[in-house]
Design a protein. Structure first.
Length: 297
């Protein structure tokens, strides 16, 4: 037995020899991996990739898993992205998972409501495909530099938009890929939001933020001065013990997969130093090593 209700893992880029990367990471104690693609699958053979990863996990003899498959593009205007999302839904069983994550997409430079009709047209069949295969879709909540009136990539970045999306797509097979960082960039307190939406959270990205409140108080949000930094968990402002508590109290079962490559300090040569520190920090926040209860005589 272990903490199988909430695993701690990391993101692995599919095109960067994913199986070889996972093989190197396993020794550090990562428990799950989200296999991610940017915009398109391109010429990746999904069956072969799944077999290579499964072989590495089996050879290691541990219980690490593929938590999800991620594809981050704009399926509302990029037909190939939409097609590739369908391919990933079909591939979930081969990877031993049931979850595909990504952006909703967006009609560029239009207010959020104008993307809802094409969203239903594109994601309606994807959701039905997921339902038919026992899979789920989790919508990443990054604003990608957009807002309510304008943007290029994603409308699933605010609770008001989530309500609209789930009204258009009323299914238990679609939910959220959530993280504190994107809330804090918008100066939203993440914990009350998480408690409200936890039943729709299917996957959590392990990414935090540090808000520079002194800059905000002196300069505001529109001065051009950086007022927030994306951080690796353990180096930002979020109390991840509270996050994991809220997830568990809300009945969440799944993975917190660390999204690296953003921290202003723990990057480049310090990337994995930061990620392994985050892994161990998140395990501590989860309660430390699993200890079985005593049994009766």
């Amino acid at each position: 037995m272990s903490h199988d209700d909430i695993r701690i893992g990391t993101l692995v880029k599919a095109e960067d020899n994913a199986a070889g990367t996972i093989e190197q990471l396993l020794s550090h104690g990562f428990e799950s991996f989200e296999i991610v693609f940017w915009r398109h699958i391109d010429d990746v053979d999904l069956d072969r990739l799944a077999e290579e990863i499964r072989r590495v996990l089996d050879a290691a003899g541990n219980t690490a898993v593929v938590s999800s498959l991620g594809l981050y593009g704009n399926p509302l205007i990029d037909e190939q992205t939409a097609t590739d999302l369908a391919r990933l839904i079909d591939a979930t069983e081969s990877f031993g998972c049931d979850l595909v994550c990504g952006f909703t997409g967006r009609i560029p430079d239009k207010p959020v409501p104008e993307s809802l009709p094409p969203l239903k047209q594109v994601f309606g069949p994807l959701v039905r495909r997921a339902e038919d295969r026992g899979a789920r879709i989790a919508l990443e909540n990054c604003d990608m530099g957009g807002g309510w009136e304008f943007g290029d990539w994603n409308i699933a970045h605010a609770p008001r938009a989530w309500k609209m999306i789930f009204e258009e797509l009323p299914s238990d097979a679609i939910g959220l890929e959530w993280e504190p960082c994107h809330q804090m960039v918008s100066l939203v307190e993440p914990l009350p939001q998480l408690r409200e939406w936890v039943d729709k959270v299917f996957h959590v990205h392990g990414k935090d933020a540090t808000v520079l409140w002194d800059v905000l108080r002196c300069q505001g949000m529109r001065s051009g001065e950086p007022y927030v930094y994306h951080r690796t968990p353990g180096f930002g402002d979020t109390n991840w013990t509270d996050v994991i508590t809220a997830l568990r109290m809300g009945g969440f079962h799944g993975s917190i997969d660390i999204e690296g490559w953003h921290d202003p300090v723990y990057r480049d040569q310090l990337e994995m130093t930061g990620q392994v520190r985050a892994l161990n920090y998140l395990k501590d926040c989860r309660g430390g090593p699993f200890v079985p209860n005593p049994t009766g005589s």
